[in-house]
Design a protein around this ligand. Structure first.
Ligand SMILES: [Fe+2]
Length: 438
């Protein structure tokens, strides 16, 4: 048997997955164990879980695949550093993060000292991982693959054609242009400052009117080939400054991405403590509409280029379920597969499958479809009972009563009754979803 361990490490939503002979065995985000949202260090607990689920040790893993390749786009990076006036602090920060990520064997030694590792480490470019995470586990033999996110390995979007077990990338958008950064900047501007708050804007959008869409056409410019460009006057990330993305003590953080020029265009930003007004709802609706216009411009161009009716999506922006829900009505595509772990946790899955298929031989054939999201830990009734015993004092202190209902029909009836009374039910059953976008 050949095992490939996929990793997203030292980046938000650190995660691990394990592929055995081309079939996914386990996948889970580190935050599930550490209970810190978007935790972004080395995913040691997720790795331990994946190995335990398969009943193996790290010594049995021949290949480790990481969803980052520092060599990717390096001439573009160098050109940008030399010509953009980017701050030295920004460059040093990126180099330091690169050092942490690169030494995977060292990280195993430090974080999993009980395990021996003698496998091969494969660095796989960030967007290739997103594309692979969607296409190589999709039900399609041939599909247009599109990845849109903030940034990874110096690009923010990539697209191309997947066929059999290969992927050909035929277009990219590079730093500093990014739809993910546009959406994140608007999220901050509306007063939601935390990493991963974008879903709040998506949820707020239907309550507003798209009256800023024309103004936002200045911010995101669309090109005929499906690519897009930001008007950098409205942003602060391009020269580094304080808007750099960094992971500190496992927590991802992004400084203020928008510039004063944005407030000049749209009016003042909302203080996070201030009430939400119609103007904020209208900005949210307009930002969502602007994102959708750019997204569908890209989809139209990709369909024109390849003439294939199946589409697969990944990348952080593939969590925009509102836009995804319009794919079949606003684009010529007739079939759609969205990687449920669209963000960087899913990059671990893409890295593992891209590496597995690169090995050739039996790996050349695809024989796995990821048709659900439940690849994390589960718990047996005995484990749940033991956990209750261990935390009994906490339950008692909180005034909780615990009752075991063994008969399933009785349990369902009781639950339905409680729901009918307007109560909120927490339900835990089977394996955990590998990732949680919000
Ligand atoms: Fe990404």
């Amino acid at each position: 048997m050949t095992y490939v361990l996929g990793l997203n490490a030292y980046h938000a939503d650190a995660a691990a997955c394990l592929v055995r002979d081309g079939i996914l065995v386990a996948a889970v985000e580190e935050e599930r164990f550490r209970r810190i949202k978007h935790w972004g260090g080395f995913p040691s607990e997720a790795i331990r879980y994946c190995l335990a689920e398969a009943g193996i040790s790290l010594a049995d893993v021949e290949h480790v695949a990481v969803n980052s390749d520092n060599r990717a786009n390096r001439w573009r990076k160098l050109g940008y550093v030399l010509t953009s006036g980017v701050s030295p602090g920004y460059v040093l920060n990126r180099l330091r993060q690169r050092g942490d990520r690169a030494d995977i064997a060292g990280n195993f030694k430090e974080h999993l000292p009980e395990q021996a590792f003698s496998g091969i480490v494969h660095a796989v470019e960030h967007h290739l991982c997103h594309l692979a995470s969607a296409f190589l586990v999709s039900p399609y033999d041939k599909a247009v693959a599109i990845s849109v996110d903030g940034f990874g390995d110096f690009s923010s979007a990539a697209w191309g054609l997947g066929e059999a077990s290969s992927l050909a990338v035929d277009g990219r958008v590079y730093f500093p242009h990014s739809l993910g950064v546009f959406y994140e900047a608007m999220t901050q501007f509306i007063g939601f400052p935390h990493y991963g708050d974008e879903y709040k804007v998506m949820g707020l959008a239907p309550y507003g009117e798209p009256r800023f869409v024309d103004l936002m056409k200045q911010i995101v410019q669309l090109n005929g080939d499906g690519s897009f460009a930001l008007d950098l006057r409205y942003f602060r990330h391009a020269p580094g400054q304080s808007a750099i993305y960094q992971v500190k003590d496992g927590l991802p953080h992004v400084g203020q991405l928008w510039s004063d020029a944005l407030a000049g265009l749209l009016g003042p930003a909302r203080d996070p403590a201030a009430p939400l007004e119609d103007r904020h709802r209208d900005i949210a609706r307009s930002a969502q509409a602007t994102y959708e216009n750019a997204f569908f411009n890209l989809l139209q161009a990709a369909h024109r280029r390849h003439g294939v009716d199946a589409l697969v999506l990944a990348g952080g922006c593939a969590y925009n379920s509102v836009a995804n829900g319009k794919v079949l009505e606003r684009s010529p595509f007739k079939k759609l597969y969205v990687q449920s772990a669209g963000g960087d946790a899913g990059g671990a899955i893409g890295a593992a499958f891209a590496t597995w298929h690169k090995l050739g031989g039996a790996a050349a054939q695809r024989h796995f479809v990821m048709d659900h999201a439940y690849w994390g830990p589960s718990a047996t009734p005995d484990q749940i009972a033991a956990a209750i015993v261990e935390r009994r004092a906490d339950f008692d202190a909180a005034g909780c009563t615990i009752e075991r209902i063994a008969d399933e029909a009785t349990l369902c009836r009781r639950t339905a009754q409680e729901i009918s009374l307007g109560k909120v039910i927490g339900w835990f059953q089977g394996r955990l979803e590998s990732t949680c976008p919000s």
